[in-house]
Ligand binder design. Sequence first.
Ligand code: ZN
Ligand code: ZN
Length: 660
Amino acid sequence: KLRIKGTVQGVGFRPFVFVLAKSEGLTGTVLNDGRGVEAVVEGPSEALERFRTRLLKELPPLASIESVEAEDIPVEGRQDFVILESRSNSVSTVIPADAAVCEACLKELTDKNNRRYRYPFINCTHCGPRYSIIETMPYDRAGTSMKGFRMCPECRREYQDVEDRRFHAQPIGCPSCGPSVKVLFSDGSELGFGHGFDTPAAQVAWVLADGLIVALLGVGGFQLLADASSEAAVRRLRRLKERDAKPFAVMVPDVAAAERLCRLSEEERRLLASPAAPIVLARGGKDVDLAPSVCMFSRFVGIMLPSSPLHALLMDVWGKPLVVTSGNLSGEPLCISVEEGLEKLGHVADVFLVHDRPVVRPVDDSVVRVTDGRAMMVRRARGYAPRPVWRTSAAAPDVLALGAGLKNTICWLKRGVAVMSQHLGDLSSAASLNAFERTVEALGRTLDAVPQVIAVDVHPDGPTFALGRRLARKWNATVVPVQHHQAHVLACAVENETPFPALGIAWDGTGFGTDGTVWGGEFFVLEEEGEPRRVARLRPFLLPGGDEAVREPSRCACSLARQMGPWRTEGLDKRLERGMPVRKREVLEAMMARNIHCPATSSMGRLFDAVAFWCGFDGAAGCEGHAAMMLESWAAEASGEKMPGDAYEWVMHEEEGLLE
Ligand code: ZN
Ligand code: ZN
């Protein structure tokens, strides 16, 4: 008897076990339950050994195993191998993530003789939507937004045939029974066919070629599309969406097209073509043929491949780089319904490519960057969420962690399994706070979880604090405030299974510190007992004007120059004179001398801002991290993209019991 834990439900695991057992001439049973998959197999011991080895080696593409426990039980003398009904009142905490269209489905998509030729919702057990359509667990068609579509006899036959690639593929469908697409004008009226454009993809490509903007209802909500080679189209998209200077991502038809835009490493190629199909931040090639407003100041190109059959069909006709960005208004959550899309994005997009398979929750495109050969998550959403990020003892209390105010994600710890939500983003608007609260409750419902503990950011005016208190009253839970950077270093230690004691370093923008100052360059000692102990920090400096200093790197430079006193060089002074009007500098100096609206910070992000200013960055930051990203680009160019072996020398002092 084998007990298998991991991502083993909704990924074709039981039929895989079935086929494997049959091929080894074994008999027995396999079933899903609240803890994963249970397989009972009997037969000659060599065959059982081979079965175990192959089980780990030949996994279905979307499955991953965390543990297999084997137990010898009395022989039952079964004559065949059968898949049993799910045994479950207790819901599994592993919700499968959305997966990009697989090779086999892509082949059928372009095969004129296949009954799903050009069908935009083709999927199978090894690919297709999951998290974005799941309403309740266990994962079953009746608990998804596909429940309204009745399978035709042909689809039902595939669904029930254990040796078919679509056995129990919950989102199964075909042109005669599944979802369908429509092309709408922004007033909601249908574009209609004709004019020689025989498919929605062809119509949309024609619209894009005219320099217009298209809103496409994708896997996890709307995306806005524009021709990446047209500066006019990209600029218009930026203006209408009220997008700051943050670079846009581009979609290309295949890896070969990606290679023409970027210099890709092995790992970057692998990520692009993986089932998660994230946006990969890759170094741009020599002569990148993109409109300047796509990547703006960045030397990285955010690049992605088609993540669904609908995208594949569109890219097949379009054939070149396409700007793909989240379909939301600045500071608001992603639009997921057709009505919402038309209402909010009607003034941005000229044409809408929509469908009738409801999107249950907003799931943005994920963003990944490879550093030192290793994938680092920048935005964890479609394709990754809500895969568990950590496991501990099942006896641990159930916890809801509400996360930070910017780049928010939430995390549920249920029966010792930590399930992290998709990226929810900036919680500064009322609309995004509402969406945040809905996500907290919806994910809790899907997991059937009620927390005993709610963790909130220690910042009393932060967006999660009040909600945490309110939910705690509702669920009778204990609120535990956690400092932002302590949370960072603990999360990092847990993710990397770092043995304690350890030194945790949090370099960040700004976060509320427990001593009332603004933290962001902190060093903690982590021990088995107690919370992370802050032992060192970047020497604090003033932020003249508070948030204004976050927007204008010159203010940080002015403050640091003042603090450097005699250590200051002539070059830095000259740069300040050139980069800041005398009058303004006088005002800032006066503010700092009298300590008016000048919070102190130990933020590494603000130090980077100041250094970026000294290296030539002028004006205001066009988006979060703008100055630091420029600095990174310049540093990479200057050092030939290799880190030099030497470091700066620095002096350490002890101040107020902390090293500085
Ligand atoms: Zn497939
Ligand atoms: Zn069908």
